[in-house]
Design a protein around this ligand. Sequence first.
Ligand code: THU
Length: 134
Amino acid sequence: MTNEQAVALLDLARQAMKRAYVPYSHFPVGAVVVTADGSVFSGANIENASFPLTCCAERTAVYAALNAGHTVIETVAVTAERVDSVTPCGGCRQVLNEFKPADHDMTVILDGPEPTILQLADILPRAFGPRDLD
Ligand code: THU
């Protein structure tokens, strides 16, 4: 993952963020995921008057990829309008973990003055995942 690639993915996440439905928090978030074959899916957070039903941007993007038939996510990039370097919430980290590649970690890109490029294990160490059930 080069810095230029990360910048390009964050640009797409910012485009997706424009579609956030955030009448309660006024905290728009945008995300993109890149699947094993290089397909890109985006998402924004979708809130609900019943607050716990809110779906974060990351999960909206992951579920768009799954709904199109992809089950392996190589990379996720996340941006938020109101803060630098927003990181996926705990629930989204666990959902991302479910779809990481079998033989290497998922790349996580955070927005900011410069992109921060991490691995999922950096933000979800010692994760519990599907292979623990084998
Ligand atoms: N949110 C996300 O979409 N992703 C995150 O990683 C953090 C939180 C959303 C959920 C809610 O719509 C708003 O941000 C405030 O929590």
